[in-house]
Write a protein that binds this ligand. Structure first.
Ligand code: NAD
Ligand code: SER
Length: 317
């Protein structure tokens, strides 16, 4: 990786990924881009930032040529819950943006990372120990774009030799930048409400089990996969990866170890609950472990204790 472009860099993942890449490869070598300005000063001030709409081919060409990009992390997208309220926008941004960035990768001979999701699975997928290769019939627009995206990335690899790689992320938990309208966002909101008000009303059912991961593991996964020896990769788009699997009730119990008075209530949102019910309880990530040595560092207890401390500190400032 010599010069790296990150799309959607103002988002929950991009804001932390761009900083991690700058630390590892050099500040000037990582071009952060988004349609909105990042809220995070560290990201704005630590290297180049360009306003870039992934639906605008002219803007893409300008940035690709100006910086001589050779690696793309394509994160710009509409997430699952917003995607269900605005499916037309989700299709346009997720598929149109991906197509434009794959074309740029082909033309400028770049490698490209594309994040898929647990959302690429559907209700007919085996829910427990969900295999790497299995039935995939997603019933959300988000899932349709993620599964189509995986296929399109594989097509660009097979047909044009573009070095595309991706993972199926679970819900990601972090405190730096707010999540952008997903179904798993409760697992972030709960920490902020627990610290501020010692109570939280959850929009998913108490027993709704989903895969989750603490953000530093997700950042490391993206970089490790892009640096992995290509001769070992049997799969490319996209690898199951997970770190923990829990329900809102289990997470609340873990938080109570630090905040004994914490209370959780439930006001189930049928739209997000239906989405969550169609996603795995826990994925099997053996292929990622075997092909590029994936292993998470953070489990539920370690993630919870770090999140509690970090969110407390955020409110003190
Ligand atoms: P986010 O919503 O926080 O960030 C997405 C960013 O894309 C936003 O900053 C937004 O301004 C930008 N964007 C939207 N439309 C754009 C356009 N037309 N041009 C350029 N930028 C545009 O999302 P995130 O959580 O950071 O997710 C990044 C990627 O990872 C997405 O593809 C998402 O599907 C995937 N993913 C995220 C999670 C998660 O839990 N966060 C889990 C699985 C997969
Ligand atoms: N966290 C994401 C979402 O809920 C999963 O892709 O949309």
């Amino acid at each position: 990786m010599t010069t790296i472009l990150v799309t959607g860099a103002a988002g929950q993942i991009g804001s932390e990924l761009a900083i991690a890449l700058r630390k590892k490869y050099g500040e000037e070598r990582v071009v952060a881009t988004d349609i909105r300005m990042p809220t995070d000063e560290a990201l704005r001030d630590s290297g180049p930032f360009e306003s870039l709409d992934v639906l605008d081919e002219n803007q893409i060409t300008r940035v690709m040529q100006q910086y001589k990009v050779d690696t793309i992390f394509h994160l710009a997208a509409i997430l699952s819950a917003i995607g269900e309220t605005r499916p037309n926008v989700a299709w346009r941004v997720n598929m149109g943006g991906l197509y434009n960035m794959l074309e740029a990768a082909r033309q400028y001979k770049c490698s490209m990372f594309f994040p898929s999701s647990i959302g690429a699975f559907g209700p007919s997928t085996p829910m427990d120990d969900t295999p790497q290769d299995t039935i995939m019939r997603p019933e959300t627009m988000y899932g349709v774009t993620k599964l189509s995206g995986e296929l399109l990335c594989d097509y660009y690899f097979q047909r044009f030799g573009v070095d595309t790689r991706g993972v199926r992320f679970p819900g990601l938990i972090s405190y730096e930048t707010e999540p952008g309208g997903g179904t798993t966002d409760y697992a972030v909101e709960i920490f902020f409400e627990a610290i501020k008000h010692q109570k939280y009303t959850c929009y998913l059912r108490d027993d709704c089990s989903l895969d989750m991961m603490y953000m530093p593991d997700a950042i490391r996964a993206m970089i490790d996969l892009m640096e992995a020896d290509p001769s070992r990769l049997v799969h490319r788009n996209a690898f199951n990866i997970t770190a923990m699997s829990f329900t809102p009730e289990i997470l609340a119990a873990e938080i109570r170890k630090f905040i004994p008075d914490f209370e959780i209530g439930y006001n189930v949102d049928p739209v997000r609950q239906k989405i969550a019910d169609s996603w795995p309880n826990r994925m099997d990530d053996l292929a990622a472990r075997e092909e590029w040595n994936w292993a998470p560092e953070y489990d539920l207890p370690s993630m919870t204790s770090i999140m509690i401390e970090a969110v407390k500190k955020k409110f003190e400032v």
